[in-house]
Design a protein around this ligand. Structure first.
Ligand code: MBD
Ligand code: FE
Length: 310
């Protein structure tokens, strides 16, 4: 577009001034980022002929997005959070780091401060009549395959309706959320219920946008983990349960082949009795390999605001 208004001297001056580039105070890098984002918005409005009514519709949307507390959900759905993973993977690769369990997005539903427990931990507190019991275990290891005792496995997942405690007020505080300390063999083990996939709130702001661009807002069944130990890089990841209809159709783009886990159905009466259960259940096994921390690597700890339950 050679006759673009973007080239006009007054428009360029407007961008500079709006981004604070004509003053010496403030953050230089932030000014440059703001200028770029503004220029991209100006250009988009011009190129697509965005009308004032469309523009205000978008502003109103952003207002509602914040009011409904769905900003973290939308950025997952638009692939922005996954793009941060792509960038971090690439930075690590360039820094010579390889191996280790792959990361995938945190998502918007972690809560700080889940109860810390050891041994055979139980995550499910709220009775759900249609829930299938799962028993999950695994080992946390260093890059040489040695166990890491005392690692913290912070696990959180949805119930059979795809809801997460705290965000779903029908669940009790900390339901399906625990921090588990690995034992002397680097092992963790918990009993819980098989989660269902997550769906964006159907009447929510995120789903409203997804509807308009012809997308669904579903995630396959998954279990989230932060895995941490002193001297190692914090791992943010999830496992996906094999066979889910949305396994490769995740609206948040978090599925990775290395993170797909087969649930093994256990119907043997002896095994059922041994676990103190009265119905068939499923077992899941997943081992985590943590990379060693090093000065030249990008920070694996991501700071963002998190709620906590009482
Ligand atoms: C989830 O459970 C989730 O993990 C993500 C990334 C987005 C929405 C809901
Ligand atoms: Fe989730």
């Amino acid at each position: 577009m050679t006759d673009s208004l973007m080239h006009r001297i007054d428009v360029q001056a407007l961008l500079d001034k709006a981004a604070g580039l004509d003053t010496d105070t403030g953050d230089r890098r932030l000014k440059q980022i703001i200028r770029r984002v503004l220029a991209d918005a100006f250009r988009t409005i011009e190129e697509f002929g965005v009308t004032p009514t469309e523009f205000w519709r978008a502003v109103d949307y952003v207002t509602r997005l914040g009011q409904s507390n769905e900003a973290g959900l939308l950025v997952a759905g638009l692939g922005l959070e996954h793009f941060l993973d792509i960038l971090m993977d690439e930075e690590e690769r360039k820094a010579g780091l390889q191996g280790g369990t792959p990361r995938t997005i945190e998502g918007p539903l972690w809560l700080a401060g889940a109860p810390l427990e050891r041994g055979e931990v139980r995550l499910d507190q709220d009775p759900e009549s249609d829930a299938e019991t799962i028993v999950m275990d695994g080992q946390v290891r260093d890059p040489d395959g040695n166990p890491i005792p005392g690692a913290i496995v912070d696990v959180w997942h949805a119930n059979t309706k795809g809801g997460y405690s705290f965000f779903d007020s029908s669940q009790s505080a900390w339901n399906l959320r625990r921090r588990i300390e690995t034992d002397r063999d680097g092992r963790y083990r918990f009993r819980s219920i098989m989660p269902a996939g997550y769906g964006c709130p159907p009447e929510g702001t995120t789903q409203a946008l997804l509807d308009r661009i012809g997308r669904h807002g579903q995630r396959p069944a998954h279990i989230h983990f932060f895995v941490e130990a002193p001297g190692y890089r914090k791992l943010t990841t999830q496992i996906n349960i094999a066979g889910d209809k949305y396994l490769h159709e995740d609206f948040a783009f978090a599925t990775r082949d290395e993170l797909i886990v087969e649930a093994r159905r256990e119907a043997d009466p002896e095994a059922i009795a041994r676990h103190g259960l009265n119905a068939p259940f499923s077992t899941l096994t997943f081992d985590f390999t943590l990379n060693r921390e090093a000065d030249h690597l990008p920070d694996a700890v991501v700071l963002r605001e998190h709620a906590t339950a009482a």
